[in-house]
Write a protein that binds this ligand. Structure first.
Ligand code: S5P
Length: 286
């Protein structure tokens, strides 16, 4: 199993959380404030670094380093939703270079395999040659983790976009099964998928599935920032309830605007955590 997968599964049980908050906001300091606010309720914090104004590129005191420190304090993993999709040579530069130097601070990234399997090999090479400032550092503070010592694995992980939530997308069944075949080829780097359901079908498969397009039903939501499950936003995003996604077997639900746009994001994240965790406990164990 990928070391970050076993770490994440342990975090899920420890924090009683299957929640990833997606920071779909456009200012770097507000993104960091959101990470602190929802930190206790989540196991993964998803970013879109390229939508942020005010990104500070300083490798030690900048935005990425601050986010990594918040992640260590509250015990969650950082997932940069970069959706790499280019040729291998280019994705290596996008992953390790530029303003964001994603590999320095994001434990997890994702990629489309539309350009073929070498995109995965290229990202893996870049991850393997990363210096790894966080290598085996003790993480988590005493009050969060009790007597446990949380060793953050030094490896980086990748999720493949095997299915998408947007109406009319072209990721058909054949494409999805090709993603699974590529993931099996690169098990030491690929942790799992962005998909609408679990995709494990061989005994040795232990891929994580993270699923967006998640919204509380109106009777459970007091906030009008949310979209009604079964409906779409104005641009084709399709929603399902967290309960349904977890009962389907998804490991982690990803929530963006439902939490970011709430009047109290921290309380809202806690509400999503509770609903998803309850469904997880109800789900028959394998
Ligand atoms: O198929 C997908 C894959 C992703 S990563 N559909 C998605 O919506 N996402 C991302 O999840 C999307 O980029 C956004 O950041 C988040 C969903 O946000 P929400 O506001 O609709 O919850």
């Amino acid at each position: 199993m990928h070391p970050l997968t076993s770490y994440l599964r342990r975090l899920i049980r420890h924090k009683r959380s299957n929640l990833c908050v997606s920071a779909d906001i456009t200012n770097a300091d507000e993104m960091l404030a959101l990470a602190r606010a929802v930190g206790p309720s989540i196991v993964v914090f998803k970013t879109h670094a390229d939508i942020l104004s005010g990104w500070d590129p300083d490798p030690v005191h900048g935005t990425g380093a601050k986010l990594a420190a918040i992640a260590r304090k509250y015990l969650f993993l950082v997932f940069e939703d970069r959706k790499f999709a280019d040729i291998g040579f280019t994705v290596q530069l996008q992953y390790a270079g530029g303003v964001h130097r994603i590999v320095d601070w994001a434990h997890i990234v994702n990629a489309h395999v539309i350009s073929g399997p070498d995109v995965v090999r290229a990202l893996q090479e870049a991850a393997d040659s990363w210096g790894g400032e966080e290598i085996n550092e003790d993480v988590g503070d005493a009050q969060e983790s009790g007597s446990d010592t949380w060793k953050l694995p030094s490896k980086r992980g990748l999720l493949l976009l095997a299915q998408m939530t947007s109406a009319g997308n072209f990721l058909n069944e054949e494409y999805t099964s090709n993603c699974v075949a590529i993931a099996r080829q690169y098990r030491e780097f690929v942790m799992g998928f962005i998909a609408l359901k679990p995709l494990n079908s061989q005994p040795e498969d232990d891929f994580i599935v993270m699923t967006p397009g998640c919204s509380l039903p109106p009777e459970e939501s007091l906030d009008d920032s949310e979209f009604v499950p079964g409906s779409e936003d104005a641009l084709g995003q399709q929603y399902v309830t967290p309960k349904e996604l977890i009962l389907r077997g998804c490991d982690i639900v990803i929530v963006g605007r439902g939490i970011c746009n709430a009047t109290d994001p921290s309380a809202k994240a806690e509400q999503y955590r509770g609903v998803a965790w309850q469904a997880y406990e109800e789900r028959p164990k394998l």
